[in-house]
Design a protein around this ligand. Structure first.
Ligand code: SF4
Ligand code: SF4
Length: 181
């Protein structure tokens, strides 16, 4: 049997004061005390938000709750191609396709559910969508519900979400254009 070679590193010997750890404890406590005094003497400048009354302004492009976009006639843009569900690393998109009455469109999602408890907000679904049908520009960053099943958002809810920014201010999303051959 092969002998395992173990390299022993001698432990550094501490002196009496180092073994008590009094100095680092004192340093830590004095830093805490410094911040405490600074904050209670100037509460206006405290680096905290009075959440949920105050909310942080997120930069444009920060990924929020999903929404489904619509055509000019109000129908869902999604063509149920399943690209988003396929690319989703959390497998949290569930789509059931149905035949569209317009043969040029072919399919639409009869069911489009996203389980927000599983979603990791990676944005791959937005990137993968070939027709800009799903976006994460709603500006809704807080999700809450009292039951697990309420975290599953359905097609109607996704269609009712509004964009946080007007179309012109929306940061570019989606796949970059393919290079010329
Ligand atoms: S953001 Fe990522 S994890 Fe969430 S639904 Fe889209 S692809 Fe899936
Ligand atoms: S949202 Fe986009 S990628 Fe997902 S199924 Fe619809 S068209 Fe395809």
């Amino acid at each position: 049997m092969k002998e395992v070679q173990v390299k022993k590193i001698p432990r550094e010997k501490l002196n009496f004061w180092e073994e008590t750890y009094l100095l680092p404890i004192f340093q830590g406590m004095s830093l805490t005390l410094k911040h405490l005094l600074k904050n209670i003497s100037n509460t206006e400048q405290m680096p905290v938000l009075d959440y949920p009354l105050e909310k942080k302004t997120m930069p444009p492009g920060y990924r929020g709750k999903h929404r489904l976009t619509q055509r000019d006639d109000g129908t869902v843009k999604c063509v149920a191609c399943m690209m988003c569900a396929t690319v989703c690393p959390a497998l949290c998109i569930h789509i059931e396709a149905a035949e569209h009455e317009n043969p040029a469109i072919e399919k639409f999602p009869q069911v489009f559910d996203i389980d927000l408890l599983r979603c990791v907000y990676c944005g791959y679904c937005v990137e993968a969508c070939p027709c800009d049908a799903i976006r994460m520009d709603s500006g809704v960053y807080t999700i809450f519900a009292s039951k697990r099943e309420d975290f599953v958002v359905h097609k109607e809810q996704l269609l009712n979400m509004q964009a946080q920014y007007p179309e012109t201010a929306r940061p570019k999303q989606g796949m970059p254009p393919l290079p010329n051959p």
